[in-house]
Design a protein around this ligand. Structure first.
Ligand code: ADP
Ligand code: MG
Length: 400
């Protein structure tokens, strides 16, 4: 059981540090998808209503331990204020004079955001002592800590792990609902249990296949992941995304699936294009006939239909990774089709992965059509793999 906000006791007038994940995609200073800000609202609203002085901490992008203007959290503050219906204060540093002033000036029920945590090397340092030192500075700004950045709970970072050891700590609403939903998928899922994998990060995701081979009834593979499987089967994959170093691993998975009676479903056709661009001409080809000079950009229509059949009778579905380059309209059809099938499926449907979640939203699907849309890519995959996550373990109640 995760420690709850209730366990922190009376919060009126208390300074509560909230680790949120406000790492939204930006185009300059324009937020292109505010899903992560919205996901932080239940916890923030609850703390505001309890009269706490709410100090939000987050990272944005990948600065290298020093300030960089393009990674400032400033653009996020206005949107957060609109969604909360109150003006939100902003500190132009993370633990410096500005942060101390802003926190000291907070009234009960008001919210402030501190500048990007990753402007400090201590946040992500591999050195335990450096992380602890930074967490200790952060801890001076709060009386209690609420961990709600689900996207980072798989990381042993100062604001995720060490901070939780220094202050009375609890899991926020987002972290709790994420963990609950994902555990429904991992702990005795209702069957048939179908997993749909795609996207581009092949090496990261092979571990998921490994662990799911013993648990899922069907694993459907599309997106940029599929070509490594197709190549392993001896097919031409042209210029498609490919991880040559994983061909043996993938072959072993295919054998294991066969032996253990897990249905491993691969694409039967692919949409190819002569180059990776939005206006490249799409052509549908069977997977056995991919031209050597073209690149696979999406699953084909027969595959989309096949995947639809394999998903529609599922009692539990976990989907991670777009089926194609959905950012380009001509290559979004496979992803749209899978999203549509999932949105109509009667079973418990979970979408995990940063780009997958963004795809569902930008392609116009209402979030309520899915049982759960995870805000954490790596974190949701690691939970699904059955790993223990430092940022979760540290929030577990002591059970004696
Ligand atoms: P998630 O964030 O959901 O875990 P990934 O980060 O692994 O997913 O992959 C998302 C990216 O995969 C998208 O930007 C999409 O354009 C890309 N992608 C999907 N299919 C292909 C493909 N056939 N070729 C190249 N990129 C692809
Ligand atoms: Mg991604």
């Amino acid at each position: 059981m995760l420690k709850t906000i209730d366990s922190l006791g009376e919060l009126r007038g208390k300074r509560v540090l909230v680790r949120a994940d406000l790492n939204v995609p930006l185009d300059g200073t324009t937020i292109t998808d505010d899903g992560r800000i919205r996901a932080a609202l239940p916890t923030l609203t609850r703390l505001v209503e309890a009269g706490a002085r709410v100090v939000v901490i987050s990272h944005l992008g990948r600065p290298q331990g020093a300030p960089e203007a393009k990674y400032s959290l400033r653009p996020v503050v206005g949107r957060l204020g609109e969604l909360l219906g109150q003006e939100v204060a902003f500190a132009s540093d993370t633990v410096g004079a500005s942060a101390q002033d802003v926190v000291a000036g907070l009234e009960d029920g008001r919210v402030a955001v501190l500048e990007n945590l990753r402007f400090h090397a201590g946040e992500t340092s591999k050195d335990d002592a450096e992380r602890l030192a930074f967490a200790t500075e952060l801890a001076t700004l709060g009386d209690a800590f609420v961990s709600d950045g689900f996207g980072v709970v798989h990381r042993k970072q100062a604001s995720v792990f060490e901070l939780a050891t220094l202050l009375p700590a609890a899991a926020g609403q987002l972290v709790r609902s994420e963990v609950e939903s994902l555990r429904k998928v991992t702990d005795q899922p209702e069957r048939p249990f179908v997993v749909v994998l795609g996207g581009a990060k092949i090496a990261d995701k092979l571990g998921v296949i490994d662990s799911l081979l013993g648990r899922a009834d069907r694993i459907l593979i599309g997106g940029g992941m599929a070509y490594t499987f197709q190549k392993a089967k001896g097919f031409e994959v042209g210029q498609s995304l490919l991880d040559e170093s994983k061909l043996d691993v993938v072959r072993e998975y295919m054998e294991r699936a066969e032996r253990d009676g897990v249905e491993l479903v691969l694409p039967v056709d692919t949409v190819v294009a002569p180059e990776f661009s939005a206006d490249a001409t799409p052509t549908v080809v069977p997977v056995e006939q991919m031209p050597a000079d073209q690149e696979g950009m999406d699953i084909g229509p027969r595959t989309a239909e096949l995947f639809g059949q394999k998903i529609s009778d599922a009692a539990t579905v976990f989907w991670n990774g777009p089926m194609g380059v959905f950012e380009f309209e001509s290559f979004a059809k496979g992803t749209v089709s899978v999203a549509e099938t999932l949105s109509k499926a009667a079973g418990f449907t979970v979408v995990g992965g940063g780009d997958s979640a963004a795809a569902v939203r930008t392609l116009g699907f209402d979030e309520s059509l899915f049982s759960h849309i995870s805000t954490g890519g790596g974190a949701s995959l690691e939970l699904i793999e059955g790993k223990s996550l430092p940022g979760i373990t540290i929030l577990e109640e002591d059970t004696e």
